[in-house]
Write a protein that binds this ligand. Sequence first.
Ligand code: G3P
Length: 216
Amino acid sequence: MQFFLDTANLEDIKKYASWGIVDGVTTNPSLIAKEGVSLEKRIKEIAKVVRGPISSEVVSNDLEEMLKQGRTYARWANNVYVKVPMTPAGLQAVKIFNKEGIKTNVTVTFSAGQALLAAKAGATLVSPFIGRLDDISEDGMALIADIVKIYRNYDYKTKILVASIRHPRHVIEAAKLGADIGTMPPAVLEQLVHHPLTDAGIKKFLEDWEKVKGLQ
Ligand code: G3P
């Protein structure tokens, strides 16, 4: 399973990339706005830190404008993936980007039917937002199970990028289902590494070692 960071915070990206387990980064307009930086500047900075896919989202509902923005993003670095919304124009854009060799990530996806359309259009990645489904009392993980099954039935090459992850259980459940990628806020990556028994175990080993470390 690949781990992506869902943030535009450069310090966090540098910190967690140094752990050696970050395979890519996803951004969206809200995450960029939170940082108060220019999209171009930040995407170029991130692309220097992480060599895997970096998603940069188009901000228009118009096909021609999506194409213009996406072609520009793709020139910023060779690992930029163009994030395209799940709309008819978005699907058209994916098809065209595909022919041009531009990688895509179909975003704001909430149903199996939408994921099927993204695969048919030739999306490189599809991003189902599981946390936002859970927020409205739907079952985000059931959607991932459906998409995994559908993509396997037809051997679609589109990778399932589980997005809107809120906690470590989301990551574990997605991994059990065989999702390709999980994109998570830095806090979730931090939660994944910790366990109270790990902390207690390390503390005890260090204390016991103090008792014998000077012995010849
Ligand atoms: O980047 C898309 C997605 O991960 C957003 O997550 O937490 O805003 O629902 P969230």
